[in-house]
Ligand binder design. Structure first.
Ligand SMILES: NC(=O)C1=CN([C@@H]2O[C@H](COP(=O)(O)OP(=O)(O)OC[C@H]3O[C@@H](n4cnc5c(N)ncnc54)[C@H](O)[C@@H]3O)[C@@H](O)[C@H]2O)C=CC1
Ligand SMILES: O=C(CO)COP(=O)(O)O
Length: 328
């Protein structure tokens, strides 16, 4: 059934999801706060700043007006960075159509509050049905029509299933779950670990170190994800293991690239958005609060704060007391 999907955010992921929705047979409106960007997307069918040379299909109605974008929408996708989501949803609240679900697509934890994106959205939009979409999906791949699979989560499992059907497209397969927290935790924490793994790659520590870091990092992701209220099984899925594999294995990941830049001893100034930078510190604080052991996340914070080099941090990880291999 054709419906109107409103996308809030004109960056790489917002534009790619708009393209996917269009391919799924829907009308698509997109809000970008920058009018020049909205015009470029609507009229020139490119988004050079965020998506490079990808040519967009015809039909994305982009605007810098939230009211215009949200009018007649039957699904709203929120695709601004995690740290900006609260303010954008607050600005949009007055124009949000009644009862229409908002699908949260950012991957992060709010620095100031330690809240997952759905938790901060519930404060801003208390009467709105909420869901999250997460999984292994580089914007450039999705915009080009390369296939992938993601998970749509809502505490209301029927809503999650319904949204997964409505958001699926020929090259975009959506699964569903009622484990909203698990899906959000997986998406947020893999970004922090991708910085760590990127740093090891940048410092040329070898493929064995990379595999060991991904595996032990995944244990930390599951420990903390479960402490936050997610299910361990969910974190074995697309938004957890799946996204961790993707982002820890490719320079196409901005988080991996951020870490690799630090690992090479270079300045990360001018790099694209890396959500893990904003999430690392609060993730480590949450781990402390729940008394969870997260040495790789802690080392990532130390690296980001410039306290130690990659080699020093790896040496201290290697010097930890020998213990049985726990899996969560
Ligand atoms: N790029 C990707 O491959 C994927 C990204 N994501 C997630 O989607 C979220 C957005 O990422 P991208 O679109 O890739 O980032 P981006 O950096 O390409 O674009 C971010 C967009 O948000 C806008 N923005 C930033 N602050 C804003 C504010 N305060 N108010 C209004 N607009 C604001 C920017 O102007 C830009 O249009 C992130 O949480 C990211 O982790 C999820 C899956 C894939
Ligand atoms: O979340 C992503 C892929 O699933 C995108 O990863 P980066 O934000 O590291 O580019």
């Amino acid at each position: 059934m054709e419906e109107t999907i409103a996308v809030l955010g004109g960056g790489a992921w917002g534009t790619a999801l708009a393209v996917s929705a269009l391919r799924g047979g829907h009308r698509v409106k997109l809000w970008a706060r920058d009018r020049a960007l909205a015009d470029e997307i609507s009229q020139h069918r490119t988004n050079r700043r965020y998506l490079g040379e990808v040519r967009l299909p015809e039909g994305i109605a982009a605007s810098d007006s939230l009211a215009e974008t949200l009018r007649d929408a039957s699904i709203v996708l929120s695709v601004v960075p995690a740290q900006a989501t609260r303010s954008v949803l607050a600005e949009a609240a007055g124009d949000m159509p009644d009862g229409v679900p908002v699908v949260l697509c950012a991957k992060g934890i709010e620095q100031k509050t330690g809240k997952l994106v759905s938790q901060l959205a519930a404060e801003t939009l208390p009467d709105t049905p909420l869901a999250a979409l997460s999984g292994p999906s580089f914007a450039a791949d999705v915009a080009r029509g390369l296939p992938t699979a993601v998970t749509v989560a809502s505490e209301d499992g029927d809503l999650a299933h319904d949204l997964a059907e409505r958001l699926s497209a020929p090259a975009f397969r959506c699964y569903s779950t009622d484990d909203l927290i698990g899906v959000e935790a997986g998406g947020a924490l893999k970004n922090v670990l991708a910085i760590a793994v990127g740093a090891a790659a940048g410092a040329e520590l070898g493929a064995s170190a990379r595999a060991a870091l991904v595996t032990r990092g995944f244990v930390e992701l599951r420990r903390l994800g479960v402490a936050l209220g997610g299910h361990a099984d969910t974190l074995m899925g697309l938004s957890g293991l799946g996204d961790l594999i993707l982002t820890c294995s490719s320079e196409k990941s901005r988080n991996f690239t951020y870490g690799a830049t630090l690992g090479r001893g270079q300045s990360p100034e001018g790099l694209k958005l890396a959500e893990g930078v904003a999430t690392a510190n609060i993730a480590a604080e949450l781990a402390d609060r729940y008394d969870i052991d997260t040495p790789i996340i802690d080392a990532t914070v130390s690296l980001l704060e410039g306290e130690h080099s990659v080699r020093e941090l790896v040496a201290s990880l290697m010097a930890r007391p020998v213990k049985p291999e726990d899996h969560i």
